[in-house]
Design a protein around this ligand. Structure first.
Ligand SMILES: Cc1cc2nc3c(=O)[nH]c(=O)nc-3n(C[C@H](O)[C@H](O)[C@H](O)COP(=O)(O)OP(=O)(O)OC[C@H]3O[C@@H](n4cnc5c(N)ncnc54)[C@H](O)[C@@H]3O)c2cc1C
Length: 399
């Protein structure tokens, strides 16, 4: 790359990549004005999705056009947007291979390509299970839930097999269980529907396993009990008999269901998997990321953030929000004084949706676990404000 113009490429137009491209403009404005830096965002989708809203889709509370925006409309004018598929990461050569635009060299790279659900990794799950981690499956779940009159909703959580890597959004299974309870009450069918919430025996990361952490353990079971939600630990989904509608666990149990609401296995996207850099077991593809600087190990000009990291931290937009300033400061530090200057402390914050109306602010970092507070209607209003407005300000790099 020429020394006169520094090329920074951000890959991924989800929450991590969008806010980081915008934050880089704010950070590097003097260099951009002098024509010394160019910032390009590459994404394979012209739309930006507010993914947490897929939860609400499952309960008929959000329409598709309310939870997405054209990606270009969220970007500062200084960001060059390129809609293209990254087919290959050549980290050793500081180069990307793009489906349409060919080869692109970079001086600095930010990878924020997220993760994808892979229910097909558990036999029978794709055929018989439901989830809300993408829009289409969330709509399918809504169609079933809106017609459910009686029966058994069996809820389970699958963790990645990579040690210390959690499933996407630590609290989503709990949030949706509480939303389900209230949704069925509103429909007047709750008495005829049994809700069973289960958690696997091994969950890799006790700190993010909200149902296993000591403080949350003391609060959540009582909340579930008060609503008649059955809960038990020690159910690790192994396979599903789609015809008989029975879920089998590694622990040897068999559980019948009318609806199986299962947090599916996840993995990194194909281009990241195929980069060959990840050592994660089970072909999960998480990139080895320095927990403080967020640099890709062995490649100091590459930064990783969001769901693609192998860090012991929730795969959440609330993580991206705290990682983005670190990435921007460190790229600016490397460019201006030749060294990184900021460290990520593992901070994540969110307002959990506790039922259809209440909310619970929560935050934690590498050192301090979640400290649960009572769910309140004020918390619910905070969450609603974030869902309908605050999120877009965050994506634009304004908050
Ligand atoms: C149902 C649900 C509920 C959630 N609830 C919460 C919550 O309450 N709070 C919270 O903080 N987080 C929540 N999350 C998690 C949050 O949405 C993710 O952690 C966050 O979106 C991760 O950001 P990211 O930038 O890493 O990836 P994403 O937002 O997934 O973005 C990845 C981007 O990369 C692009 N891309 C992928 N591959 C390529 C390629 N090869 N070439 C070019 N572009 C590519 C994609 O098109 C996409 O634009 C929830 C997620 C779900 C699904």
């Amino acid at each position: 790359m020429s020394s006169s113009l520094q090329e920074i490429i951000v890959v991924g137009g989800g929450i991590g990549g969008t806010m980081t491209a915008n934050n880089l403009v704010a950070k590097l404005r003097p260099e951009i004005r002098r024509g010394k830096v160019r910032i390009t965002l590459v994404s394979n989708n012209p739309w930006h999705y507010y993914k947490p809203a897929f939860m609400y889709v499952a309960f008929g509370m959000f329409y598709k056009n309310e939870l997405r925006r054209p990606l270009f409309s969220l970007l500062r004018p200084e960001v060059n947007l390129l809609i293209d598929e990254v087919e290959g990461f050549e980290f050793a050569n500081s180069r990307l291979r793009l489906a349409s635009a060919g080869v692109r060299d970079y001086d600095y790279l930010v990878v924020s390509t997220g993760c994808v659900p892979v229910p097909e990794r558990i036999p029978g799950l794709r055929e018989a299970g439901d989830h809300f981690y993408l829009h289409a499956p969330a709509m399918q779940l809504y169609r079933k839930l809106s017609q459910l009159e009686r029966g058994r909703v069996f809820i389970g959580v699958t963790f990645p097999t990579t040690p210390n890597v959690p499933h996407q959004c630590g609290i989503a299974p709990i949030e949706t269980t509480l939303m389900l309870d209230e949704y069925l009450r509103r429909r007047g069918v709750r008495e005829q529907v049994e809700i069973v919430y289960t958690y696997p025996t091994v969950s890799q990361l006790l700190r993010n396993c909200l149902f296993l952490q000591k403080a949350t353990c003391e609060v959540l079971p009582a909340i579930f009990d008060s609503k008649g939600i059955i809960h038990k630990r020690g159910f690790t989904l192994q396979r599903v008999d789609a015809k008989a509608k029975v879920a089998y666990s590694e622990e040897g149990e068999a559980e019948p269901f009318d609806i199986l609401m299962q947090t599916p296995p996840i993995r990194a996207v194909d281009a990241v998997l195929n980069s060959g850099i990840s050592q994660a077991p089970n072909n999960e593809g998480w990139l080895p990321t320095d927990r403080a600087s967020l640099q890709l190990e062995g490649h100091p000009n590459v930064f990783v953030m969001g769901d693609t990291v192998d860090l012991p931290i929730s795969k959440a937009g609330g993580s991206c929000h705290n990682q983005s300033p670190v990435v921007c400061d460190n790229i600016a530090g490397l460019m201006r004084i030749g060294q990184t200057v900021a460290e990520y402390d593992g901070r994540v914050q969110a307002v959990a949706q506790m039922g259809l109306e209440a909310g619970m602010p929560l935050w934690y970092d590498y050192q301090v676990d979640v400290l649960p507070t009572p769910p309140t209607k004020i918390g619910g209003l905070m969450r609603k404000a974030f869902n309908r407005g605050g999120y877009w300000a965050v994506a634009r790099g304004m908050v």
